[in-house]
Design a protein around this ligand. Structure first.
Ligand SMILES: CC(=O)N[C@H]1[C@@H](OP(=O)(O)OP(=O)(O)OC[C@H]2O[C@@H](n3ccc(=O)[nH]c3=O)[C@H](O)[C@@H]2O)O[C@H](CO)[C@@H](O)[C@@H]1O
Ligand SMILES: C=C(OP(=O)(O)O)C(=O)O
Length: 444
């Protein structure tokens, strides 16, 4: 079993470069399926387990991918398969994003139902509503969702009940090859949507309005592979910004785009954190004392749910009471129990978490309940007394490249180790200690 072990007490100093965004690269790789001719080359691709997972899904669909040095070549010119089995979809819900492109290009797709996940039930009704509105017939059975259309999908007007990021992306990818014009309303406005639209347009699509509440797509007959650079990861950037703030450090987060981080910057400044825009990123300087704030997670440009647990770690260090309300996911407070193990003073009331600070955090054995929780527990460990050991790193590896190594380069006392649990009998337990072997992360 692997763990990250942190010893609290060091300030972060120096600079760190953010990777390409996980939540942008996954839909972009899925969109590559739409290219009937030519090869796509994507740049600034992060070495995350999720990227390998989506490439595995593409392999089932007979799409070739080749990862090389932060770039990836995607060739979708062979005859496509249209079925993605559960073993491909279970690791990552974003695998479902292949449905829109398949439906658009070959008129059929059968994808295993993604199933539940640590942060809530996460239905896909809005994706399906969009496909059906464009003329697809959707059936659900035996753990699969099957969608098919005779001929091409038809452009239409679609109003989403909620600005779902995944539904906006999936429907947008379906609509680019539809006959006629599709107008999507109440859509997600996240920077990752704009990144996807730019890639689709580079492939020959006609998408307008991405980044606003209404997207208008004129369907085209064919798309070709294109080159595209993935935007910087605003959540990884935000995580390091919190790292600087929580330790009272001074860190330049290279590649952080202030426009993408407005809600986080606003809240951190309210807390007394100094954030300076520099030519190549954002400099974050932690104050001696942090002020409490209230925040509510919302679709972009509201406060991102993917930064909720990191902000909770920070608010545990603020002097006074803060309230975080989670409105995007129904069950995204699993990390609270883990923070409590570290002596964090947090109460849950429905969708709100009430945080009393400053909590004198103590190192403890904790589990990453999801990928952001993993990062947040490590952040809390940076200021806790003694050693914090975080396990379930498979979640962390979905969203962070070399997280421990990057923190160590900023001066944190942190390392990733492999713990070989060799203890088999009680007798052995008295004589043998678990062996700790330092190792590089799996996806470096
Ligand atoms: C790979 C990726 O980009 N993941 C991000 C994406 O996830 P994802 O695309 O899954 O998130 P959505 O925006 O779709 O989900 C937001 C909310 O809408 C609900 N919903 C969604 C679709 C649907 O058909 N029906 C429905 O009810 C979900 O259950 C959830 O409560 O956006 C989330 C919200 O910013 C982020 O936390 C995730 O990191
Ligand atoms: C919830 C997240 O991702 P996913 O939608 O891939 O589970 C996340 O990135 O925090």
């Amino acid at each position: 079993m692997e763990k990250i072990i942190v010893r609290g007490g060091r300030r972060l100093n120096g600079s760190v470069r953010v990777e390409g965004a996980k939540n942008a690269v996954l839909p972009v790789i899925a969109a590559s399926i739409l290219a009937q001719k030519g090869t796509s080359i994507l740049y600034d691709v992060p070495a995350l387990s999720d990227v390998y997972t989506i490439c595995e899904v593409l392999k089932y669909l007979n799409v070739d991918t080749k990862i090389e040095n932060k770039s990836i070549k995607v060739d979708a010119t062979k005859t496509l398969e249209t079925e993605a089995p559960f073993e491909a979809v279970r690791k990552m819900r974003a695998s479902f994003l292949v449905m829109g492109p398949l439906l658009a290009r070959v008129g059929h797709s059968r994808i295993a139902l993604p199933g539940g996940c640590a942060i809530g039930s996460r239905p896909i009704d809005q994706h399906l509503k969009g496909f059906e509105a464009m003329g697809a017939e959707v059936t659900i059975g035996n753990g699969f969702i099957e969608a098919s259309v005779k001929g091409r999908l038809k452009g239409t007007k679609i109003y989403l009940d909620f600005p779902s990021v995944g539904a906006t992306e999936n429907i947008m990818m379906a609509a680019v090859l539809a006959e006629g014009t599709t107008v999507m309303e109440n859509v997600a406005q996240e920077p990752e949507i704009v990144c996807l639209a730019n890639y689709l347009n580079a492939m020959g699509a006609k998408v307008r309005g991405a980044g606003t509440g209404t997207i208008r797509i004129e369907g085209v007959k064919e798309l070709a592979g294109a080159e595209h650079t993935v935007i910087p990861d605003r959540i990884e950037a935000g995580t390091f910004m919190v790292g600087a703030a929580i330790t009272g450090g001074n860190v330049l987060v290279e590649g952080a785009v202030s426009e993408h981080l407005r809600p986080l910057i606003a809240k951190m400044e309210e807390m007394g954190v100094e954030i300076i825009e520099e030519a190549n990123g954002l400099r974050v300087i932690g104050p001696e004392e942090l002020k409490p704030v209230d925040l509510k997670t919302m679709p972009h440009p509201g406060f991102p749910t993917d930064m909720q647990s990191q902000m909770m770690a920070l608010l545990l260090q603020a002097k006074g009471t803060s309230v975080i309300t989670e409105t995007v996911f129904e069950n995204r407070f699993m990390h609270v129990e883990e923070f409590r193990r570290m002596n964090g003073n947090i109460k849950i009331e429905g969708r709100a978490a009430i945080i009393e600070g400053p909590s004198k955090l103590q190192g403890a054995e904790v589990s990453a309940t999801d990928l952001r929780a993993g990062a947040s527990l490590i952040l809390a460990g940076l200021v806790a007394d003694g050693y914090t050991r975080v396990d379930e790193l498979k979640h962390l590896d979905r969203g962070y490249v070399e997280f421990a190594e990057k923190l160590a380069a900023l001066g944190a006392d942190v390392e990733r180790v492999k713990v070989q649990e060799t203890v088999e009998t009680e007798e052995q337990a008295e004589t043998e200690e678990a062996t700790v072997v330092k190792m590089k992360p799996k996806f470096a």
